[in-house]
Design a protein around this ligand. Structure first.
Ligand SMILES: [Fe+2]
Ligand SMILES: [Fe+2]
Length: 194
């Protein structure tokens, strides 16, 4: 699949360029390219791959005050955790704003909304986006390459387990973690672990 040929790609790119710095725009394109390399095999449609990959970080460049102000304006619940770390809201915010701009389907909006934390009982698009966001080829952390190698050699399920375990370890060092992440990790272990 050539992502540039998929309906919506140019409009999404334009929207990103108006809102986030070039480096983050590149990250979104890398996520989309990488998703396009494996997600069709999981039965995910090209339009969903491109919309979720491109738009997941649409609101990534807002400052803390603006993040909370807009979330409240859209009626998105702002938890105590999110108040301490407003960046946790960038997925939920992107889902609402991307839907307004492009009238996306609910599966796409849900994948975007939860891409930072994951959630229990998530969709194939959601988990695929989570893995691609972690492992896209411009990511510097060594675990990104390991995850891509696992995906190529052992398949998506093993890569998902590796990504979730790595993320869990990384988050253990952070002072503020969204509790939704813990329920996602548990669900992945129960559903895909042996
Ligand atoms: Fe993000
Ligand atoms: Fe991202």
């Amino acid at each position: 699949m050539r992502i540039h040929d998929v309906a919506g790609f140019q409009e999404y790119l334009h929207a990103l360029r108006e809102r986030i710095p070039d480096k983050k725009v590149s990250h979104c394109v890398f996520v989309t390219e990488y998703l396009a390399s494996f997600a069709p095999d999981l039965g995910i449609a090209a339009e969903q791959i491109v919309a979720a990959g491109m738009l997941h970080d649409l609101c990534r460049a807002l400052d803390n005050t603006e993040m909370i102000r807009r979330a409240e304006g859209h009626g998105i619940p702002v938890s105590d955790t999110a108040r301490k770390k407003p960046n946790l809201l960038h997925g939920a915010l992107a889902a609402v704003e991307a839907k307004r701009l492009f009238d996306l389907d609910d599966t796409i909006c849900d994948a975007i909304a939860f891409h930072t934390t994951g959630r229990a009982d998530w969709t194939p698009l959601g988990v695929a986006l989570y893995v691609a966001d972690f492992a896209e080829p411009s990511r510097r952390h060594p675990e990104a390459k390991i995850a891509r190698d696992i995906l190529r050699r052992e398949g998506f399920q093993e890569a998902l387990l590796y990504v979730v375990r790595s993320k869990r370890e990384m988050l253990q060092k952070k002072p503020v973690v969204d509790p939704t992440s813990a329920t996602f990790f548990l669900w992945v272990e129960e559903t895909f672990g042996e």
